[in-house]
Write a protein that binds this ligand. Structure first.
Ligand code: C2E
Ligand code: MG
Ligand code: MG
Ligand code: MG
Length: 264
């Protein structure tokens, strides 16, 4: 499925796909590593292509951004996610939703107002939404992104720094941004027991996050050994194929049987 790298999509392709509502939300659980329970799902966008099937964001997010469609795109997937949340009677409104936001959206001073009014339309509480933003916010829009995130935080939103450790100016960001959560990039998790340096950095990031009173999320947990290590380290939350893969419905929230047994 992830092998259609040859495709050179154009802006027109993504415009058409948008008009045809081919972009759909998948959800992956964020699992509380103390309880094994999912407190939140991360929405991960997919292109449900009529001929090629499900395509990952690496094939379309950049194009959507350069076509000037990212705000409309994010709004649309956000709405679909809120509808899924509302339709899921079992889940009700107790489950949080994490949304990945482009810095292009967050640099707009109107962004917080637009996000709040969208949630108000659905009566969804702000404090159950996590805004995930990667470190790659460019220097030019840096301060306007901080302003939006600070406003959103003051409205109760949780703010997560995604792919931590892979961008620039991580430590500067940590001191300036109103983060509530730090997501450790899966590169460090993949290095567990294979790469001493990466493992050392991973341990230090968890300690750093503790000092700063941030929730820690480890991305990309694929094995029992990684899960055991991450839990021993004191990471609060885990995500990865071993715990639960992204899937179409909200019912994916339950942790896999293997991981449940590993945490029992
Ligand atoms: P991310 O936010 O860091 O999301 C985690 C990525 O890791 C997802 O890739 C997920 O499917 C994948 N993943 C989860 N568990 C594992 C694992 O155990 N092993 C491995 N190897 N991978 C795992 P995906 O869905 O392809 O998304 C890639 C990136 O695209 C996301 O990274 C996020 O930055 C971006 N993205 C996704 N949806 C949206 C969206 O709606 N808006 C924006 N602006 N960006 C999005
Ligand atoms: Mg993310
Ligand atoms: Mg990430
Ligand atoms: Mg990542």
């Amino acid at each position: 499925m992830e092998s259609h790298q040859k495709h050179q999509w154009t802006k027109d392709d993504v415009r058409t796909a948008m008009r045809r509502n081919e972009f759909v939300p998948f959800f992956q659980p964020k699992i509380d590593l103390a309880t094994g329970i999912s407190s939140c799902v991360e929405m991960l966008a997919r292109w449900d292509h009529p001929e090629l099937g499900i395509l990952p964001p690496s094939q379309f997010i950049k194009l959507i951004e350069s076509a000037g469609l990212i705000d409309e795109f994010t709004d649309n997937l956000f709405r679909q996610s809120l509808v899924s949340a509302a339709n899921n009677a079992m889940t009700g409104k107790d489950i949080g939703i994490a949304i990945n936001f482009s810095s292009l959206t967050l640099q707009d001073p109107q962004a917080p107002r637009r996000i709040c009014s969208l949630l108000n339309e659905y009566g969804f509480p702000f404090d159950q939404i996590t805004i995930e933003v990667t470190e790659s916010a460019t220097p030019e829009n840096f301060s306007s992104v901080i302003k939006s995130l600070t406003t959103l935080r003051s409205q109760g939103f949780k703010i997560s720094i995604d792919d931590f450790g892979t961008g620039y100016s991580s430590l500067k960001l940590l001191s300036k941004m109103p983060f509530t959560e730090l997501k450790i990039d899966r590169m460090f998790v993949a290095g567990i027991s294979e790469n001493k340096k990466l493992t050392g950095i991973l341990e230090s990031i968890v300690h750093l996050a503790e000092k700063l009173n941030l929730n820690t999320v480890a991305e990309g947990i694929e094995t029992k050994a990684q899960l055991d290590f991450i839990r021993k380290l004191g990471c609060n939350v885990g995500q990865g194929f071993y715990l639960g893969s992204p899937a179409r419905g909200f019912e994916v929230m339950n942790v896999t049987e293997d991981a449940r047994l590993a945490m029992a």
